[in-house]
Write a protein that binds this ligand. Structure first.
Ligand code: TXA
Ligand code: MG
Length: 353
């Protein structure tokens, strides 16, 4: 067991001394969990292969799943990427700092362990004062996957990081809840047109406005499991976001969803299952059976995104063994939410209407 230092800092005005302590750990090759605007990340010096190897070990992450490199100044892109197309610069100007990760051809300075053996590197500049201060003070780009054990829902508060990683990493910086709640959008700029590999905080609609044309990889929709050879982003093929409970996602026409979930909840409760229902404010009063939790108003997708991972973890804490979840609209942040729900359900999906 490692000694884990927990540092509480203000998210708007982080204490420089505490940031320096954490940055020292990064420079020594240690592991530091830190907040970003999307989810908490588990950071190590991206250019130190030994330190990055530790991330995989601690998270129990499959070694072929590459890690995003976080930077605080745009100039670092030109060191980490072999070439930077013009439209990449436009995207950096429009979306950074923010929840957009760009996949580019990697330069020779990026260790193979960071890219999971690929010849591309994923780069993003987070929009969070603590993350940016940590990267600057560390004087190196920081490789960071989400700070959860592989397969579990991503952490949106420091408490989730403590649940999964306390005693295995050096520092946890606690700056309160993250603001977006789902991870960044991963956009592959090595394909033409650019392709969304994972939907996230930067929406398809905004990217299309900026680029004119953008593709969505089939796995980003996550309607069903893809054969391994079609999984462009290696993270696509691994189990993800999963609560301990089994999960069924019911999607399609909202008026039909509610009735179906009522029926399923009753059926499984009678069969002796401890049922949880992942609902919304509009539907919650209809459900009478099981542990009912709402993601908020159906029209407020940013609130649903913020609540999503936290709520999945809460069902586990209540000892629920089957979660029946309502699908949400797929526009805006809804695309990222539905991707997470479908994968959390292990593609156990009922489509109505
Ligand atoms: O918002 C986020 O992106 C958070 C915060 C901490 O920045 N990070 C995060 O990292 O979600 P992770 O490791 O949980 O997810 C990274 C995703 C994975 O699906 C991985 O396969 C993909 O990005 N990825 C990383 N490098 C890639 C590359 N070179 N080519 C294709 N996909 C890549
Ligand atoms: Mg992750």
């Amino acid at each position: 067991m490692r000694k884990t230092l927990i540092l509480k800092v203000d998210c708007e005005n982080p204490d420089g001394e505490k940031i320096d302590l954490a940055a020292e750990a990064i420079r020594r090759g240690g592991l530091v969990a830190f907040p970003t605007e999307t989810v908490y990340g588990l950071g190590a010096d991206a250019l130190n292969p030994k330190a990055v190897r530790e991330i995989y070990a601690v998270k129990m992450r499959p070694p072929d799943n590459p890690i995003i490199v976080h930077i605080a100044v745009k100039d670092d892109v030109y060191r980490l990427a072999e070439s930077v197309p013009r439209y990449a610069e436009r995207l950096m100007d429009l979306f950074w700092p923010g929840p957009l990760t760009l996949v580019l051809k990697a330069s020779g300075i990026v260790p193979k362990v960071t890219t999971g053996g690929l010849d591309t590197v994923a780069i993003r500049m987070p929009k969070h004062k603590v993350a940016l201060a940590l990267i600057k003070a560390s004087e190196t780009p920081i490789a960071a996957p989400s700070a959860n054990l592989a397969g579990r829902p991503s952490p949106t508060v420091a408490e989730h990081v403590i649940q999964d990683l306390y005693g295995r990493i050096d520092v946890i910086i606690d700056a309160g809840p993250t603001s977006i709640g789902v991870e960044s959008t991963v956009l592959d700029l090595t394909s033409d047109p650019p392709q969304i590999l994972r939907p996230g905080g930067a929406t398809y609609e905004d990217l299309r406005k900026a680029l004119g044309k953008v593709d969505i990889h089939p796995s980003a929709l996550a309607k069903s499991e893809l054969p391994i050879e079609r999984a462009r982003s290696p993270g696509m093929k691994h189990k993800h976001y999963a609560p301990k409970a089994e999960m069924i996602l019911v999607e399609g026409d909202f008026s039909l969803i509610v009735g179906k979930i009522m029926e399923l909840a009753e059926h499984y409760a009678k069969a002796g299952r401890k049922v949880g229902v992942l609902a919304t404010d509009e539907s919650a009063p209809n459900y009478k059976v099981g542990v009912i939790k709402s993601l908020g108003n159906r029209r407020d997708l940013s609130l649903a995104a913020k609540n999503l991972f936290k709520t999945l973890r809460e069902f586990d804490e209540e000892g629920v063994d089957l979660i029946i979840a309502e699908g949400l609209p797929q526009e805006g942040l809804g695309l990222a939410i539905m991707n997470r729900l479908r994968r959390a359900a292990g593609y156990n999906i009922i489509t109505l209407g």
